[in-house]
Design a protein around this ligand. Structure first.
Ligand code: F6R
Length: 242
């Protein structure tokens, strides 16, 4: 695992954005694993600029997002489908039919999860996966637990995640209680992974990831077992590791 420390979120956006640009330039039909949340927004801005400047062509790319809230449809402005279009897909030339986001309104979430996993396999697996990290060490919606979940599955959100995400909703009561999420195994099968973290509120999670042992109590810690992982942190997120 390589750890790179940058001054701030903008520098991380440029560094992570460059990784995506080189991935797509060297393999135009890349399969990209994408995340929502505040942290990847500067990375997505860099990816959009690379498209606008004619440097990167996303027309052959396929994307898979990590997760979606159960109960929110595409039109809901807090759905991850909406977020991805609002922050990336509406501004680049990835075809809509090449975009994969788990459905939060599927009648049978377990079937939706199994089909999503099969779609990732059929696409040849994920070439490059970007991850954020929760304050509790979660990746995607894989929360601290007694075991690492392998495949895409339905999860109950923890109080800490509901608390962290309530800023996007009218109140904590409006935050969905369940999500569908790629599993730890689905993430670990990506060929290359970058995890980005900014701000002092991620310092404990980054400390556990970088200095701690591999434990499902810090789901991100499994990344230590992957052969091609780079962590991009700003100084605040890295502060407890010094
Ligand atoms: C988002 C996701 C989450 C976030 C994490 C950090 O698709 O899977 O694990 O990456 O909660 O969120 P931010 O970036 O908002 O701090």
């Amino acid at each position: 695992m390589v750890v790179k420390v940058y001054k701030d979120a903008a520098a991380i956006g440029a560094a992570a954005g460059m990784v995506f640009a080189s991935q797509v330039i060297t393999k135009p039909d890349s399969v990209l694993g994408l995340a929502t949340g505040s942290t990847p927004i500067p990375t997505y801005k860099f990816m959009i600029k690379a498209y606008e400047d004619g440097i990167v062509d996303y027309s052959k790319v396929t994307t898979f997002n990590l997760d979606e809230y159960v109960g929110l449809g595409h039109e809901h402005d807090q759905s991850y489908y909406y977020f991805m279009h609002d922050n990336l897909f509406n501004y680049i030339n990835v075809p809509e039919e090449s975009i994969n986001v788990l459905s939060g309104t599927a009648a049978d979430p377990d079937k939706e999860c199994a089909e999503y996993e099969a779609r990732i396999d059929a696409a040849g697996g994920i070439d490059l996966q970007i991850l954020g990290i929760g304050r509790n060490g979660h990746i995607a919606f894989n929360e601290p637990a007694d075991d690492f979940a392998d495949k895409t599955h339905k999860v109950a959100l923890t109080e800490s995640t509901i608390e962290a995400n309530k800023r996007f909703f009218a109140s904590a009561d409006d935050v969905p209680r369940y999500a569908v999420s790629m599993g730890i195994g689905s993430i670990m099968r990506a060929k290359k992974i970058i995890l980005i973290a900014t701000g002092a509120d991620k310092a404990d999670a980054i400390y556990a990831l970088v200095k701690g042992g591999v434990t499902p109590q810090c789901p991100a810690s499994i990344l230590r077992m992957h052969s091609d992982v780079t962590i991009f942190c700003d100084e605040a997120a890295y502060s407890k590791c010094k």
